[in-house]
Design a protein around this ligand. Structure first.
Ligand code: HEM
Length: 154
């Protein structure tokens, strides 16, 4: 298990992985693929075809992700950075998660009734959220395979 300065990092890691899993599932739930490919017909998975349900779970997941980001960032700058430094893969994850979050925020703004973006900007935001998600998931799989964590003792 990766060395860490958070006594409770085991629970934070599990919560983070669960939230990323749910964000991916509900994110793809925003597109009608689960119904189209009969995945939502599997008993217990019908909710994946409920647009508004997956939509609101995606929003709640985003809020929980912000909370984990804020907690870990504060913990690292207040405590961790004295004994640990971030690994290269950690910077890659941070950059990709920041890009996903920024494009996600713009997608939320786009959904607000009186917020109007140009068609090109809307398409750019939609596609870039998706592209950053795919790069992030690929990178996460590679780092998991290489067993590279976020922190390295100084
Ligand atoms: C790692 C975290 C995340 C993953 C894996 C993820 C994944 C996705 C995916 C696959 C889609 C569907 C893309 C499409 O319709 O083209 C989506 C849509 C969306 N995501 Fe995310 N997302 C993440 C984080 C966020 C965050 C942090 C926010 C908000 C701040 C956000 C807000 C949205 C919104 C508003 C939509 C569009 C929903 C609609 O169709 O109106 N996402 N996300």
């Amino acid at each position: 298990m990766e060395q860490n300065f958070f006594p409770e990092h085991k629970y934070i890691t599990r919560a983070y992985i669960f939230i990323i899993f749910m964000m991916t599932l509900t994110g793809f739930g925003q597109m009608p693929i689960f119904k189209r490919y009969y995945i939502a017909d599997i008993p217990g998975l019908g909710w994946l075809a409920e647009f508004y349900l997956t939509h609101y779970i995606h929003y709640i997941g985003a809020i929980l992700l912000f909370a984990i980001f804020a907690y870990c960032t504060a913990g690292y700058f207040l405590v961790g950075r004295h004994t640990f430094r971030l690994t290269g893969p950690a910077y890659v994850r941070i950059i990709l998660l920041s890009a996903i979050t920024l494009t996600g925020i713009f997608r939320v703004l786009k959904n607000l009734p009186d917020m109007v973006f140009s068609p090109n900007f809307t398409m750019f935001i939609d596609i870039s959220h998706m592209v950053f998600v795919m790069i992030f998931l690929l990178a996460a799989a590679v780092f998991l395979f290489m067993k590279t964590g976020w922190l390295m003792p100084k």
